[in-house]
Ligand binder design. Structure first.
Ligand SMILES: Nc1nc2c(ncn2[C@@H]2O[C@H](COP(=O)(O)OP(=O)(O)OP(=O)(O)O)[C@@H](O)[C@H]2O)c(=O)[nH]1
Ligand SMILES: [Mg+2]
Length: 237
């Protein structure tokens, strides 16, 4: 039984004024379009179409809320980085996403999903820069890890950790594969910590064991002292 098995679609939000009341802890999932956000949410909830069902045309620029059944939410954020996104779509993305990330009180952490073959694109870095102003934690899922060799994984982990060191931002980083169901226990551990859910140790499934990933230590970097959120546009390049 997955820890988030009870996850169910709750609401979709197109305007900040429609956000649910600030009474439940929530974790947001962000990432480039096609990075594997919805797949990761589905795998964590052990459901096949959870994130997909809310994704009807026209909703893709919305924040999709999933109730975890115990006063907590997962929030699937709109994917970014479409090569041909029209200007108004980008403006909407910035207008909704930026204030949400910076000012949303119940948001306790950001899971940033990056394709492990193309981590830390400019937009990912922008996202990290914005969110890190809040002083809240970031957990990186390097998805589609099934596409990398062992050696490529080691190189990617080194590169990503070095980039965070350079940005002076503390973040935890792990590999993840929705396809092979790898990295689930590690992600669950982080989510439970943030959401304050008791996480009983459980036996790994056979497929998790077969694809056991090496845990690479995450560098400890002091979190930014300046916790005050700066204006969105002030940081946008
Ligand atoms: N090999 C592999 N493919 C994956 C994995 N995760 C997702 N994919 C594939 O990547 C594509 C995009 O996955 P989605 O989960 O829809 O990505 P998304 O980030 O939600 O995309 P948007 O909703 O458009 O922002 C799909 O074809 C998935 O099957 C993975 O771990 N391994
Ligand atoms: Mg999606």
């Amino acid at each position: 039984m997955s820890l988030f098995q009870k996850a169910a679609f709750y609401t979709t939000v197109a305007h900040l004024r429609d956000l649910p009341p600030e009474s439940r802890r929530e974790v947001a999932f962000a990432g480039r379009s096609n990075a594997g956000k919805s797949s990761a949410i589905n795998v964590l909830a052990n459901q096949t179409r959870l994130a997909f069902v809310s994704k009807t045309p026209g909703r893709t620029q919305n924040l999709n809320y999933f109730s975890l059944g115990d006063d907590r939410f997962f929030v699937d954020l709109p994917g970014y980085g479409y090569a041909k996104a029209p200007k108004d779509i980008r403006a909407q993305w910035e207008g909704l996403l930026a204030p949400y990330l910076i000012y949303r009180n119940p948001l306790v952490g950001l899971v940033l999903i990056m394709d492990s073959r193309r981590p830390l694109t400019d937009l990912d870095q922008r996202m990290i820069g914005w969110f890190s102003q809040t002083g809240k934690p970031i957990h990186i899922l390097l998805t589609k890890a099934d596409k990398l060799t062992r050696r490529e994984r080691a190189e990617t982990m080194t590169k990503v950790n070095a980039a965070f060191m350079e940005m002076k931002i503390g973040a935890s980083v792990q590999f993840f594969s929705s396809l092979k169901r790898e990295g689930i226990a590690e992600a669950e551990e982080k989510l439970c910590e943030w959401l304050e859910i008791a996480n009983e140790p459980r036996a790994a499934t056979a497929s998790e064991n077969s694809g056991k990933l090496e845990k690479t230590p995450t560098p400890r970097v002091a979190r930014q002292k300046n916790r005050s959120a700066k204006g969105w546009s002030a940081r946008a390049k």
